[in-house]
Design a protein around this ligand. Structure first.
Ligand SMILES: Cc1cc2nc3c(=O)[nH]c(=O)nc-3n(C[C@H](O)[C@H](O)[C@H](O)COP(=O)(O)OP(=O)(O)OC[C@H]3O[C@@H](n4cnc5c(N)ncnc54)[C@H](O)[C@@H]3O)c2cc1C
Length: 324
């Protein structure tokens, strides 16, 4: 049995300090909710925008065009100014009945009991393992999120000439990150006959001088220690090799809902997100969910921020009517 070193209580616990969670937190404080805590497993709150060193963020929220990290700093600072308590490096490990959460924090294991809980854990890209692409476990394979964390947070570069897989809006974000880091993708692959987003991907591919190969999928990754080529196939089954030093998988978003999967909350078994009503309330009415953990297709930061604010109104109403 694990030792719980601390018991804490709060009015609303928000899991995830990205745009959705922080948008909700600020609104709850504005509505007079007393103790609002935001828990985030990263070293700092701010969510995905922390990793996106490019604009445009903040247009609807701050009427400014900001880069992701500047935007993340702003939403964190606005939350602190509003009186929100932010706990970074704090991972929520289980969601219990009656709003009981288990946390692992730098202080140890904590049990937090909240009157309401908001799940705002976001989304992530499908990794190589789940895409079932064969080949060695060579170095130089990652997705956009990992690339952005390396480039913007750790100042490191995993490859110089990767093949980029996918043509979603996030693939555009990946192209931007590559340009910023001096990385030149040798090709962009799309298994369908047209890009997932028509514009700006086709345009961006031209500007970045990256050949866009439609009807093409990756069948094998070659290289023992480091990737040195990929084998690709078109829809006629014709295969060829392309020399490269990495593979950048982009998109195919999946909700970051592992916590919900392990809990008593109902989940959509096909898409993986928690089932919510029109107010964002989960199957256990103490729990709500908002942001890209529930949005399909995924939304940009500004949309998640405003959705967080709207859900906060329902949580406030619920608390005022039922438990304060
Ligand atoms: C790789 C990638 C690139 C993207 N690029 C862009 C872009 O350029 N522009 C754009 O507008 N949108 C982009 N997006 C979409 C992005 O999801 C939204 O912009 C926005 O960040 C979603 O906000 P959110 O609050 O729902 O989730 P997120 O911003 O993802 O925040 C969720 C937070 O929850 C935390 N968390 C998750 N699980 C736990 C747990 N168990 N315990 C504690 N904390 C937890 C995470 O650490 C994270 O900080 C991108 C998404 C990805 C995955």
């Amino acid at each position: 049995m694990t030792d719980i070193i601390k018991h804490e209580i709060c009015d609303v616990a928000i899991i995830g300090g990205g745009p959705a969670g922080l948008g909700a937190a600020i609104e709850l404080k504005k509505n007079g909710i007393s103790r609002v805590v935001v828990l985030d497993r990263e070293t700092e709150a701010g969510g995905i925008p922390r990793h996106c060193g490019h604009p445009p963020f903040g247009i609807s929220e701050f009427k400014r065009v900001l880069t992701g990290p500047t935007y993340a700093n702003r939403i964190v600072q606005s939350s602190i100014d509003a009186g929100v308590e932010i706990f970074p490096k704090t991972t929520v490990t289980s969601l219990g009945r009656e709003g009981r959460l288990s946390l692992i924090s730098p202080e140890g294991i904590i049990e937090l009991k909240a009157k309401r809980v908001l799940v705002a854990t976001g989304t992530r890209e499908t990794p190589r393992s789940a895409r079932k692409v064969s080949g060695q476990r060579a170095m130089g394979i990652c997705n956009t999120g990992a690339l952005q964390a390396m480039v913007y947070l750790k100042n490191s570069i995993p490859f110089r000439n990767p093949v980029l897989v996918g043509t979603e809006i996030v693939s555009f974000s990946a192209l931007f990150t590559c340009r910023k880091a001096g990385i030149k993708p040798v090709a962009m692959l799309e298994e369908n006959s047209r890009p997932t987003v028509m514009w700006p991907i086709s345009f961006a591919a031209k500007v970045f001088r990256t050949p866009l190969l439609l009807n093409t999928s990756i069948v094998d990754i070659l290289g023992k220690e480091r990737v040195n080529a990929v084998r690709i196939s078109n829809n006629n089954g014709i295969e060829k090799e392309i020399a490269c030093d990495g593979v950048l998988f982009t998109g195919q978003f999946t909700p970051e809902s592992s916590l919900v999967r392990m809990s008593h909350l109902k989940i959509n078994k096909v898409t993986g997100e928690p089932i919510v009503d029109e107010h964002g309330r989960c199957s256990d009415p103490i729990y709500y969910a908002v942001g890209n953990v529930v949005f399909r297709p995924v939304k940009v930061a500004g949309r998640c921020w405003s959705a967080g604010r709207s859900t906060a109104q329902w949580i406030t109403k619920d608390l005022l009517e039922n438990s304060l």
